[in-house]
Design a protein around this ligand. Sequence first.
Ligand code: ATP
Ligand code: MG
Length: 421
Amino acid sequence: MRQRDAVHAAIIAVGTELVLDGRSDTNGVTVARLLASRGIDARMRLIVPDDEEEIALALEDVQRRFQIIIVTGGLGPTIDDVTREAACKAFDLDLQEDRGVLDSLKERCRALGREMSSQSARQAMVPHGATVLPNASGTAPGLQLTVAGTSIFLLPGVPHEMELMMRDHVLNRLDVLGLRAGSPRSVSRALKVSGMTEVEVQERILDLLGQPGEARAIDLTLLASPAEITVILRGAREDLIAHAFERVRERLGRAVFAEDLDTGIEAAVGRALEKRGLSLAAAESCTGGLLAEMITRVPGSSSWFTQAWVTYCNEAKISLLGIEPALIVRHGAVSAEVAEAMAEAARRISGASIAVSISGIAGPSGASPGKPIGLAYLGVADRVGTRVTRHLFAGDREAIRLFSARTTLNRVRLECLEAGE
Ligand code: ATP
Ligand code: MG
């Protein structure tokens, strides 16, 4: 049986689309992060369909083991929204109409010039003893219940409504209930690295986290995706995490491009370029505009990104960038020579301070003797000259394209660092 001295939470995401249709449970992630910001560890996330019986069983199960349960979804007006009924079933409660909620639903309808439907009135049904949490941006209110010492929050499924209610109501109430004070804090710091493999990162930092076999004061999580490794350090003591974080950062040096979970390499490059007053252009082949798409996702990228060409076929390389046909015939489109010419042409035509080029074979077809799938040439042209690197990326088509785009951006970042602060 779990000890009850540490405050742990379970998160239940309700939605058939989450179980069956591949919709990601982003609510669970948001809730876990918000709880962590208050020192509360989420130890379990469950995803259950819009099914009264399943939701009730899940609630009964986790109630025995956790002091906090956050449920998202299934509070709406339609017949597939059954979280309220499930909570009543699990804990033997009656549903009662709440006048206050009914009035505010009516008021909302009136303001929109509509009649309230009998379906909508379902949202005014509240389990006996529950506290109503107002929903500032939607119709379905949240609900708070206490069952045998466990605080249970039922929140709507719409992500922005759910997040607002977590921030406005749930976190404060947990504080008031004392479910924050005295609990072991779950402190975490994250950084992101490019240009190293997961194993290389681990080898470089593992000894900082304690000897193998010892009970580690710091948990290490490494998340690998193409050309990007995320390192997360987690533990109970802020001072230990802060100290370890500094040392990990030192060890990983220039490979570190972000010190949080949300910054992508494209934003990191943007900062590096902007700081130095430099601009960037690109000539893409196998990435088909992916690099430009990533860059233009960054707000404000217009101040450092000028343009990109998607020169996918040879004719486009020739007509748009002025690549010599003979160069392509002699070396092939996927070659150091063509990547060099593409980067130089992109820089010359755009007038950008730096231009990059990507030419590779993303597969699954297109390999030839000496040119396997995953082969990519990445060029960087700046005022000093043009440098092309050869890479052999592993993975499927999407991975190779991501590797190519991110590695190119990382090269620009490293060139900026080399050029000085
Ligand atoms: P309401 O918001 O009307 O109370 P609800 O609580 O049942 O209804 P849903 O209808 O289940 O919410 O979901 C509304 C929207 O929010 C849908 O697009 C759904 O896919 C999305 N959503 C629900 N749960 C999650 C989740 N856990 N993660 C991400 N999106 C979710
Ligand atoms: Mg739903």
